[in-house]
Design a protein around this ligand. Structure first.
Ligand SMILES: Cc1cc2nc3c(=O)[nH]c(=O)nc-3n(C[C@H](O)[C@H](O)[C@H](O)COP(=O)(O)OP(=O)(O)OC[C@H]3O[C@@H](n4cnc5c(N)ncnc54)[C@H](O)[C@@H]3O)c2cc1C
Length: 388
């Protein structure tokens, strides 16, 4: 019997530090997330103090330099942290992804020194919760068509428009929002909770990511000062670079969800007897389990290589697209199939499969849909862009 999910000894390729970081986040998930996640998801509430807890284990902006409150870790560490968090729940990993890659990353990369010092340490500790506003009611896969407008008003600016499907919008303290200026250039703006005209209605009745809040942003003539605009970016490259970083984290994260489903199914199948034998002894169940570990292993190798390329600053957006697309589908398939292995038990909250499967329905759509990532690969290999 081989109960490991490190089938190809990928641990040999990790440093001692990587393994220590992974273990500390694994312990955090086992102690702080697993005991409460089913209740949070069933009752559609977030986990109390989640962001501060994530901050305390270094999961918020792990690769942001220490002088700005981050942990100064490499990209492999970031990936391993995301994997462990999503072993708990995609909502937990999503919270850490948004804060790290979609809020801290743009402030660190495109912000002024004052903006970095003002916001990054509070975001790293979880004292501030950040959100990222790109998607709009009429523009999801096509963010370049955005209608949210930043217009000049004397020395200052006014922000008008709306964003939707925004992770943590109802509870955010600040939001990095993307809007078009009067020249049609895409600007990044740090919107603060108490700004007049800024509201964040919650999106209710979700069947997915129920332990995470999702909502809208409404900007009704919000007064924006120059000091809240990110000075070093004025094109779609800004939000797309954030998404690259977040998609990289998702590629790793979903392996955690897949491992949680695989381990639960394997253990159950060894203990559950039908027709006088463990269900693990039947070929049809072994086929499923063998395919799960094969797909998990392939996904791990993809991520390990992507992590080394990321560390060398050589990972292309297309390579990240491929990993996001492949690994999310892999995890979703494993969640659905592993639910079947445990029969009726698979529909109750005692086991994680239904929750992971429902969560992964969001993950396969957000940060670029499954189909759009396929078209990105298609455009890369043929030189022909098929999505416009
Ligand atoms: C739980 C959740 C959290 C989210 N969090 C955030 C967040 O924090 N911030 C944020 O900005 N956004 C967020 N999103 C939004 C997410 O990124 C978008 O939903 C996603 O980009 C897809 O946009 P859409 O839903 O408008 O789908 P659409 O773009 O309308 O696409 C619908 C379908 O059409 C397909 N399609 C679109 N264009 C083409 C084409 N050219 N060729 C072929 N097929 C195409 C798509 O693949 C998809 O299957 C979140 C979404 C969810 C569900």
């Amino acid at each position: 019997m081989k109960l490991t999910t490190d089938y190809y000894d990928i641990d040999d390729l990790l440093s001692t530090e990587h393994k220590l970081i992974r273990q500390s986040v694994r312990d955090f998930v086992d102690n702080e997330i697993k005991p409460v996640i089913d209740d949070a998801a069933q009752h559609h509430h977030d986990i109390p103090d989640l962001m501060k807890k994530l901050g305390s284990v270094g999961a918020l902006g792990p690769y942001i330099p220490e002088e700005y409150g981050g942990a100064g870790l490499d990209q492999m560490s970031y990936g391993l942290i995301m994997q462990e968090l999503e072993r708990g729940d995609s909502a937990v990993r999503s919270a850490a992804s948004v804060q790290s890659s979609l809020v801290m990353y743009p402030i660190y990369t495109y912000g002024s020194e004052e903006q970095k010092r003002q916001f990054l340490p509070k975001l790293a500790s979880g004292d501030f919760i950040g959100s990222f506003g790109l998607t709009e009611p009429n523009h999801g896969s096509n963010p370049g068509g955005m209608e949210t407008k930043l217009t000049k008003d004397g020395e200052n600016y006014r922000l008008n428009g709306a964003k939707m499907w925004i992770t943590n919008s109802p509870i955010c303290d600040i939001a990095v929002v993307w809007a078009k200026d009067e020249e049609g250039k895409i600007r990044g703006i740090i919107v603060e909770r108490d700004m007049q005209g800024f509201s964040t209605p919650e999106t209710l009745n979700k069947w997915s990511l129920r332990a995470s809040k999702t909502g809208e942003f409404v900007f009704d003539n919000v007064l924006i000062k120059e000091e809240n605009i990110l000075p070093h970016v004025n094109s779609l490259r800004g939000p797309l670079s954030c998404l690259n970083s977040a998609r990289y984290g998702i590629s790793w994260g979903v392996i955690g969800a897949a491992i949680d489903c695989y381990e639960s199914a394997l253990n159950y199948s060894l203990e559950r007897n039908q027709f006088g034998k463990p269900i693990a002894s039947y070929q049809l169940q072994q086929k499923k389990l063998a395919e799960f570990i094969t797909e998990i292993t392939k996904a791990q190798l993809l991520c390990w290589r992507l992590g080394t390329l990321k560390n060398e600053n050589k990972a292309t957006p297309e390579q990240i697209s491929m990993a996001k697309r492949n690994n999310v589908k892999m995890a979703l398939d494993i969640a659905r199939e592993s639910r079947q292995i445990i029969g009726a038990m698979g529909i109750v909250g005692e086991f994680p499969m239904m929750r992971h499967a429902a969560n992964l329905e969001s993950v396969i759509t957000y940060e670029g849909t499954h189909d759009v990532h396929l078209l990105i690969t298609g455009a890369d290999i043929t030189g022909i862009n098929a999505f416009v």
